[in-house]
Ligand binder design. Structure first.
Ligand code: HAM
Length: 428
C-alpha cells in the first residue's frame, strides 16, 4: 500500500483530469460507491474459485456480525448499485467511478494491496457498438496521455453455454496430462480450468500451447459479435492482437474480453482490462441486462506516464507576498485575498511565519513564484507595494495599492514563466 506524495501527485491529477474530460466527451456519468460491500456480492459475481475470492479478499465481520469485504474491484459494486437503487427497469447507463481497491496479493513491482482503478461500465447495451466505443475511448486516453507503448489484446469467451462445452474439452485435455500440471493448475482443474491457460509457469508453456482453443468452440452469435468488433477497430485504425489464451481472472465475463498491455511495465503488464458481462446482472437477481466495462490500474498508468516522460511539471505560484511588520502582514493577507479574486486558479502565496526580508525573499525564490510583492512599513505609509521579478534580472518597481489587483494580471503577462510552466507550454 503506497503513499502518494506531493511530488508524484501531478501525474495522478493529470490522469484524473484527462479521464474525466474524456468521460464527459463520450457521455459517461460519474458515480461514487462505498469501498465495502457484503462479502457475498463478490463471491457471487467474481466467482468462488477465482484467486481474488479464494485468496485475496480483505474480509472482516463488523460489530453487527455481517461479513463485509473491502472491494477488490468495482464492477460488482456498480452492478449492486444499479440494482439496489432501481436504476435498471430497461434503462441504459454509461457510468464511471474511481478509487482504491484492495487485494491481498503477493507484493511485487506493479502489484499492490491497495491500488486505484478508474472503472467504466456501460449497462443495457448488447454491442458490439459499445465495445468499440469503450476501446476507442481507451485508445484516445493513451494518445492524449502521450503513451505509445501500449498494445491491445482481444479475445471472445463466447456465451456461457459455448464456454461450458469448451471447458469440458479442456478438462479432458488437462486430465490426460495431469502429471505435467503444477500445483496451482491442479487445483484450478476442478474449479476454474480456463485459468490454467493464464499460467505464467514456463514449464507448462508447451502443454498450454497445445491445448484446445476456445475460438474453435464459439457460438455463431459470439463469433459475429467478435468479427464486427474487429472490423470496426480496423476501420478506426486501432491495432489489436487476438489472443485466444486471454481468459481474465474473474468469472463474470462473456464474449468480448480485452487487455491493454505494455512492455514498459515488467511482468504485471496489464494497464487496463475488461470485457462483457452479459449474465452478471441477472445472476445477481435483477432483470437480464447486457453490460461491458473495463478498469485501468492508475498506479500502472502513472508508471507508464513516468516511463514515457509525459508527466506535466508541477505548476509554480504566480506571486509571493513579502511583508514586514504586523500592519504590513495584515495588509498582505487582505491583498492576497483580493488577488485570488482576480486571479482564479493561480497560486498567490503570502509569507507565513514572519522572518526578516532576506529570509522571506529566500522562501519566495524557492517557491518558484514569478513575482514578489513587497509590503514594508515604509511602502505602506506611502500607499504602494514594491513589485520585483523573481525569474529574471530586474529592479524593483512600485505600484499604488488601489491599482495593484488590476495591474498585476498585466504584469504577469510580461514576466517569464516559472520553469515548470515553461516546460508545460513547451510540451503543448
Ligand atoms: P482486473 O483485470 O482485475 O479487472 O483489474 C483491472 C486493472 O487493475 C488491471 O489491468 C491492472 O491495471 C489493475 N490492477 C489489478 N490488480 C492490481 C494490483 N494488485 N495492483 C495494481 N494494479 C492492479 C477488474 O478489476 C474488472 N473489474 C474490470 C472490469 C470492469 N471488467 C468489466 N468492467
Amino acid at each position: 500500500m503506497n503513499d502518494v506524495l506531493p511530488d508524484q501527485i501531478g501525474a495522478w491529477q493529470h490522469l484524473e483530469q484527462l479521464a474525466r474530460r474524456l468521460f464527459c466527451a463520450y457521455g459517461y456519468e460519474e458515480l461514487r460507491l462505498p469501498v465495502v460491500e457484503h462479502t457475498e456480492l463478490f463471491k457471487r459475481s467474481i466467482g468462488e474459485f477465482t484467486d481474488i475470492v479464494e485468496k485475496e479478499m480483505y474480509t472482516f465481520q463488523d460489530v453487527g456480525g455481517d461479513s463485509l469485504t473491502l472491494r477488490p474491484e468495482a464492477t460488482a459494486g456498480v452492478a449492486r448499485a444499479v440494482i439496489s437503487n432501481g436504476l435498471l427497469r430497461g434503462a441504459r447507463h454509461k457510468l464511471w467511478c474511481s478509487g482504491p481497491m484492495f487485494r491481498h496479493e503477493r507484493p511485487q513491482a506493479g502489484r499492490y494491496r491497495q491500488f486505484h482503478q478508474i472503472d467504466v461500465e456501460a449497462l443495457g447495451f448488447p454491442g458490439p457498438d459499445v465495445d468499440i466505443e469503450l476501446i476507442a475511448l481507451t485508445a484516445r486516453l493513451w494518445r492524449e496521455l502521450g503513451l505509445t507503448r501500449v498494445r491491445l489484446m482481444l479475445n471472445s469467451l463466447g456465451t456461457p453455454a459455448a464456454r461450458a462445452g469448451y471447458r469440458e474439452r479442456l478438462v479432458d485435455y488437462f486430465r490426460a496430462h495431469e502429471d505435467k500440471l503444477d500445483e496451482d493448475s491442479r487445483r484450478r482443474l476442478a474449479g476454474n480450468p480456463l485459468r490454467i491457460l493464464d499460467s505464467k509457469n514456463p514449464h507448462m508453456r508447451a502443454l498450454i500451447d497445445a491445448a484446445p482453443l476456445l475460438t474453435d468452440y464459439l457460438d455463431a452469435e459470439s463469433r459475429a459479435h467478435f468479427e464486427a468488433l474487429c472490423a470496426a477497430l480496423e476501420g478506426l485504425g486501432i491495432p489489436y492482437t487476438v489472443n485466444p489464451r486471454l481468459v481474465r481472472g474473474l468469472d463474470y465475463y462473456s464474449r468480448t474480453v480485452f487487455e491493454w498491455v505494455s512492455d514498459a511495465l515488467g511482468s504485471q503488464d496489464a494497464v487496463c482490462s475488461g470485457g462483457r458481462y452479459d449474465g452478471l446482472i441477472a445472476q445477481l437477481g435483477a432483470e437480464s441486462t447486457p453490460a461491458i466495462g473495463f478498469a485501468m490500474g492508475m498506479e500502472r498508468c502513472v508508471a507508464l506516464m513516468q516511463a514515457a516522460g509525459s508527466v506535466p511539471a508541477a505548476s509554480s505560484p504566480e506571486l509571493y507576498i513579502v511583508a514586514s511588520g504586523a500592519l504590513a502582514e495584515r495588509e498582505a493577507a487582505r491583498l492576497a485575498e483580493q488577488l485570488r479574486d482576480v486571479l482564479p486558479g493561480r497560486a498567490v502565496l503570502t509569507n507565513l511565519g514572519g522572518g526578516n526580508f532576506k529570509t522571506q525573499f529566500r522562501r519566495a525564490d524557492r517557491s518558484g513564484a514569478r513575482l514578489a510583492l513587497i509590503l514594508g512599513e515604509e511602502e505602506l505609509a506611502r500607499g504602494v507595494a514594491g513589485v520585483k521579478p523573481l525569474r529574471r534580472e530586474g529592479g524593483q518597481s512600485e505600484c499604488p495599492l488601489p491599482l495593484l489587483a488590476e495591474r498585476i494580471g498585466q504584469l504577469l503577462e510580461q514576466e517569464p514563466l516559472g520553469a515548470a510552466a515553461r516546460d508545460e507550454l513547451g510540451r503543448g
